[in-house]
Design a binder for this molecule. Structure first.
Ligand SMILES: OC[C@H]1O[C@H](O[C@H]2O[C@H](CO)[C@@H](O)[C@H](O)[C@H]2O)[C@H](O)[C@@H](O)[C@@H]1O
Length: 663
């Protein structure tokens, strides 16, 4: 019998998914107990579960009541990325606990750039643990496992391990082992494999009735070879103690989040964001992905579908900035190692993004055999943006190292900025001096003619500014007179060419009247005071002309060389929150911030964009950019509220206000 949950299942809202990870990869788990997205063992491995991108052909791994009408509700165990899905009915309740075990969440020590998850000698590695337990009454349970290796492009061979001990599946270069533990104690247990209509894949079904207190463990691992997968299922996985691994994994996440220094309102949101960001770090090398998914559309049915399972210098340094704000520095330490080990000959040669092991070659391909999330084609893997010139990334790298240095990061780990890292930064600043006047593709990676983007110039200014601020006090080798001169030139250039006096706003690019949300970053990077009249009117113009009916911000509305439309960009809305807060418009800022929060999924996770018409989540998920900006906005709101309270003349009222904010 096939459970109802497998029938007629199409697409779930993007932000309805729970996400679990082990800092090597992350999986998306739907509230009906189905893992619909999974690239194992690493973020950039080919997906073995991709029902998220093709409801008919993509693989998935579901554990749920046989009665598919029983709804599941998800929550994270407090302070962790361990996910629980509860299914309750009149006859009984089952609880599904999903996690990827971690030995440590310390970002240190990693091994080398060419390192990956295949770290054990026998070629086995990290795993997905799914524990299903009946907590009262009794309930028939179904497990369905459909592995579709290589993004469902490779056929697979399935074999059941005798004695109901598990399943082995091989296809393409991927070898999966599923160990089933506890079947021998359940007389009702049955397991069988059924050919799928596509003839390429088989699905494995388990049926069992669980009574109160009874449990089944399903543990999925990857082997480097078919033999390694077999050894996993027959020898290694059954020997492990999953209660102990769950306790240890919980302890690791809770110990990590306990390091969060943020105190203030929205703490649960901030901590969930921090936990999501940490999940996007790749422990073996210190890299950080922009999101663990590919091709979740920026417009449903459209072609704006991109692969985010890579490390953009921009996204990664923004992530570290947010983690730094929260008091986490180890991740920045690990990232500086990744950065230092990138291969490049000079500034020209430095890419804007790399693979998680520093790979330079990320060819963009379309997977035409997948229909895409809600028919949003094409599904892409790889990302052509890797070959673009984007001059802003230099400023982002310098700014991130600047904050890390100011927060004592180098001293904390007994390191110095001098040496290979400074050589790299100096090379970057010199490169900026030589190239800041050029056009580029900008932060939004437009696929159109390069332009003189104001934001790119702004971040060139930041690169110079932070370079000077590091070199001056530390006496580091630098062409300071040139750096100071170029910094001033860029500033004058932006003010002369990037501000439209008729419109009263900083523009997207020189000689253009289009607006761009990145203008909101100008006060945040210290280029201009937040209450400068030019900044105030820019904020007003953005609120008038670059927002939807909820006041959410589009990144731009100008052409970008791509077809189709997209939603409002959540990170940009948070930048507006920051600007309002910094201008003292704290009530407006808080209202906007709270309105955005209503668009999170039930677990507090966000994708990249919001559909202005249907009010649904769009884009890759969970998206680092959004969670970074949420953290920064909570922090900026708190600072603005403290400032307001301090300036209130009546100390009693000020104290009451502050107390209220802390509740
Ligand atoms: O809009 C077109 C571009 O969209 C993607 O880029 C966006 O995501 C990146 C990762 O988060 C981010 O760094 C960039 O600022 C965003 O615009 C896509 O990766 C690009 O290939 C595409 O051209």
């Amino acid at each position: 019998m096939v459970g109802m949950n497998e029938l007629n299942r199409t697409y779930m809202p993007i932000n309805s998914y729970g996400v679990i990870g082990d800092c090597h990869s992350a999986l998306l788990v739907a509230p009906d107990g189905a893992v619909d997205w999974g690239c194992l063992p690493d973020f950039d491995s080919p997906a073995i579960f991709c029902r998220l991108l093709d409801a008919q052909h993509g693989g998935y791994f579901q554990i749920a009541p046989a009665d598919g009408t029983i709804p599941g509700s998800q929550r994270y165990l407090k302070g962790s990325n361990v996910l629980q899905t509860r299914f309750a009915s009149v006859s009984g309740e089952i609880v599904l606990t999903d996690f990827m075990p971690v030995e440590t969440l310390s970002a240190w020590p990693y091994k080398a750039m060419n390192n990956n998850t295949w770290s054990r000698e026998d070629g086995s590695c990290h795993s997905l643990v799914r524990i299903v337990e009946c907590t009262h009454g009794e309930l028939p349970v179904t497990m369905t496992l459909k592995v579709t290796p290589d993004y469902a492009a490779a056929p697979s061979e399935v074999s059941l391990v005798p004695g109901n001990r598990g399943v082995l599946i091989s296809g393409g270069q991927q070898h999966v082992g599923l160990a089933v533990i506890g079947a021998d104690l359940l007389p009702s247990f049955s397991m069988n494999a059924v050919q799928e209509p596509d003839e390429w894949h088989q699905s494995v079904f388990v049926q069992a009735t669980l009574r109160e207190g009874e449990r089944l463990f399903f543990v999925l691992g990857m082997g480097r070879t078919a033999q390694a997968a077999q050894r996993l299922v027959e020898v290694e996985l059954p020997q492990r103690n999953y209660d102990a691994e769950l306790a240890h994994t919980l302890h690791c996440w809770r110990q990590w989040i306990a390091g969060c220094t943020y105190q203030g309102p929205y703490i649960d949101w901030v901590q969930r964001s921090a936990l999501a960001l940490k999940m996007m770090t790749y422990a073996p090398t210190g890299a950080i992905v922009a999101a663990p998914t590919t091709s979740l559309p920026e417009g449903v049915g459209g072609m704006r579908n991109w692969d985010y399972r890579f490390t953009w210098l921009r996204d990664a340094t923004f992530t570290l900035y947010a983690l730094n704000v929260l008091g986490f520095t180890e991740e920045a330490h690990a990232f500086t190692y990744w950065l230092r080990n990138l291969s490049y000959a000079n500034g020209e040669d430095l890419q804007i993004m790399y693979g998680i092991r520093g790979e330079r070659n990320l060819p963009e391909q379309e997977l035409s055999h997948l229909s895409g999330y809600c028919d949003s084609r094409p599904v892409r893997i790889g990302n052509g943006a890797a070959d673009q010139k984007q001059l802003d990334v230099f400023g982002e790298v310098l700014d991130c190292i600047h904050l890390y240095r100011r927060q004592g990061g180098f001293e904390r780990y007994g390191e110095k900025l001098e040496g290979p890292l400074w050589n790299m930064l100096r090379m970057i600043v010199d490169h900026v001096c030589a190239h800041w006047q050029e056009t580029d593709s900008g932060i939004w990676e437009i696929r159109d003619e390069p332009r003189h983007f104001v934001y790119s110039k702004l971040m060139c200014w930041v690169a110079l500014d932070r370079g000077i601020k590091a070199a001056e006090p530390l006496g580091l080798e630098a062409d300071l007179p040139r750096w100071r001169m170029v910094r001033d030139q860029i500033r004058a250039d932006i003010l002369a060419n990037g501000y439209d006096t008729n419109m009263g706003a900083f523009t997207q690019s020189y000689g253009d009247t289009a607006l761009d949300a990145t203008a909101l970053l100008m006060p945040l990077v210290g280029f201009i005071p937040p209450d400068d009249p030019r900044m105030r009117s820019t904020v007003d113009r953005i609120m008038e002309r670059l927002t939807d009916d909820q006041g959410f911000v589009y990144r731009y509305l100008s052409t970008d060389g791509l077809e189709g439309e997209e939603g409002t960009f959540i990170m940009c809305t948070f930048w507006l929150v920051d600007n309002l807060a910094m201008q003292g418009r704290v009530m407006e800022a808080r209202a906007l911030f709270e309105r955005v929060l209503t668009y999170a999924g039930r677990l507090g996770l966000f994708s990249e964009e919001i559909d202005a018409v249907n009010k649904t989540a769009l884009g890759n998920y969970p998206q680092a950019f959004t969670h970074i900006a949420l953290v920064n906005s909570a922090h900026n709101l708190r600072k603005a509220e403290v400032r307001m309270a301090e300036h209130h003349t009546d100390p009693v009222i000020a104290a009451i206000r502050l107390q209220k904010q802390d509740q």
